[in-house]
Design a protein around this ligand. Structure first.
Ligand SMILES: [Zn+2]
Length: 490
């Protein structure tokens, strides 16, 4: 009887592991626990910043529309994970969280106010993060982000500050974290806001970090190198990695930084690696669906690197994918296109809004100050966004002309100042209007230039995946990860 029960439990436990039921390379006494029962020793947490279901679905429908007219969904790798859940995102002060309080919730299990990283609402008490618990338990820890390494989401795994904009303090805490690997964007304000502080990178080096910012050094760095900070050789807005849509072939991607993390962190005591696709959020703030979609697809590729690793350690690897909140109020469907979508049009976009600003609009404005006219830019608009101006409606043409006038500094074209934010959200008017019109033509709508309060999906694959099913709060992710890793947390 006893044997039969044990056998049954074994079968039940194995049934939680449909992806990796066979071929474990983790034999031996230490690793005999079956999936769902043993410790998750190699743990990946992927966070799409601003990535809720609409960002994911849009990327999936785009992937379909690019290759066929079928009404179908080309699934991303991570949406095929065996377990999916829904996660609430509100913080201690608002239904619409920011990345700092959302990061705090995910990393420490505590609600706090927007703008605060890993401190309580009174900004006196600090919280220990899941990455720090893992590190204290002997696991190696890595933090990867496409945005700056001391931006709110990555900072939520190693720093404690009353304000997310204390970039220098966060940079110093990064340098003192002891975590084995940081990779992706640069370190913002590394010598302080006024450039008069000790260089945080120098502090990191004194703490034993190797700092690399060239592709050659990135390729050369191997396990055994010690602690590493690897900054992208190519940087875009605010010191972040380039948008995937703008990344030149051969330049390092988020998948490359993830693979390097796996290579450097892999060790018998396990690791915790957080990877953030940070610019899904930035693109959605600017209402640029094309840039957001390509960054979701790039994040999916990085997750693929984790899945490849999981094949080698199927019983001990856990991969969790979530978002910290939705951004932009992105939706599939627009009043002007009603029940139709034309997502293939998004595929005509060749530049992010940032690249258009930097490479086209700014140089044009500098050249033509007094004589600027929209006609000059129409070829570049066609090339960048696939928008054929002559094929637009009179209303769309008027919107673009108004936005152009505003971009060149002619503020007299509208009588209401208050509509400026609603129309352009503080971005370059012409550029945001072009992405909006491209998106609307494709059947994609936006409601905001900020975050929204809808829940996000969370996907899980691997050891203890089953605990990530259901509808729960973002603070529960911390507890679920701790439980999967067998960490005793408070
Ligand atoms: Zn965020």
């Amino acid at each position: 009887m006893k044997i039969r029960i044990a056998f049954l439990m074994c079968v039940l436990a194995l049934s939680f592991q449909p992806l990796f039921a066979k071929g474990s390379a983790d034999g031996g006494a230490r690793n005999t626990a079956v999936a769902g029962k043993g410790q998750a020793k190699y743990v990946f947490l992927f966070i799409g910043d601003g990535m809720a279901m609409s960002q994911i679905s849009t990327a999936e429908v785009f992937s379909t529309a690019r290759s066929s007219k079928d009404i179908n969904v080309t699934r991303l790798g991570f949406t095929q994970f065996p377990v999916a859940g829904l996660t609430t995102t509100f913080d201690a002060g608002t239904f619409i969280t920011d990345s700092a309080s959302a990061g705090t919730a995910i990393a420490t299990g505590n609600k706090t106010l927007s703008g605060v990283i890993n401190m309580d609402v009174g900004k006196t008490k600090s919280f220990k993060t899941i990455a720090e618990y893992a590190h204290d338990a002997g696991m190696k820890v890595g933090v990867v982000s496409t945005v700056t390494l001391n931006h709110a989401t990555p900072a939520s795994f190693y720093s404690k500050v009353p304000s997310r904009s204390n970039y220098y303090d966060i940079a110093v805490q990064l340098a003192n974290s002891g975590f084995e690997y940081f990779g992706g964007g640069s370190i913002d304000q590394r010598t302080g806001k006024n450039k008069d502080q000790e260089d945080a990178v120098a502090i990191a080096k004194a703490n034993g970090y190797t700092y690399i910012d060239s592709k050659e050094a990135f390729n050369a760095i191997k396990p055994g190198a010690g602690k590493v900070i690897a900054v992208s050789p190519v940087l875009q807005d605010s010191g972040s990695m380039p948008y995937e849509i703008d990344r030149k072939s051969g330049d390092l991607s988020i998948a490359d930084y993830t693979k390097k993390g796996i290579e450097l962190l892999d060790n018998p005591s396990g690791f915790f690696l957080m990877v953030e696709g940070g610019k899904v959020d930035w693109a959605c703030h600017a209402n640029d669906a094309g840039a957001a979609i390509y960054d979701v697809l790039a994040l999916d590729k990085a997750i693929g690197a984790a899945l490849d690793f999981a094949k080698r350690h199927p019983r001990e690897t856990l991969i969790v994918v979530t978002g910290d909140h939705e951004t932009g109020g992105l939706t599939m469907g627009f009043a002007g296109t009603q029940y139709n979508t034309f997502f293939d049009k998004v595929g005509l976009q060749k530049r992010s809004y940032v690249a258009f600003d930097e490479e086209v609009l700014k140089p044009y404005k500098a050249r033509t100050a007094a004589t600027a006219k929209l006609a000059d830019l129409l070829p570049a608009i066609k090339e960048s966004f696939g928008i054929d101006y002559n094929a637009l409606s009179a209303f769309q043409k008027e919107q673009i002309e108004f936005a152009f006038q505003r971009s060149i500094g002619n503020e007299q074209v509208r009588s209401f100042a208050e509509d400026k934010y609603l129309l352009y959200g503080g971005y370059e008017p012409l550029t945001v209007k072009l992405t909006q019109i491209l998106n609307q033509t494709a059947g994609i709508g936006w409601t905001s230039y900020a975050h929204t309060g809808v829940p996000v999906p969370t996907f899980a694959s691997g050891a203890h995946q089953e605990i990530f099913g259901g509808y729960y709060d973002n603070t529960d992710i911390f507890r679920k990860l701790a439980s999967a890793m067998n960490l005793r947390v408070q």
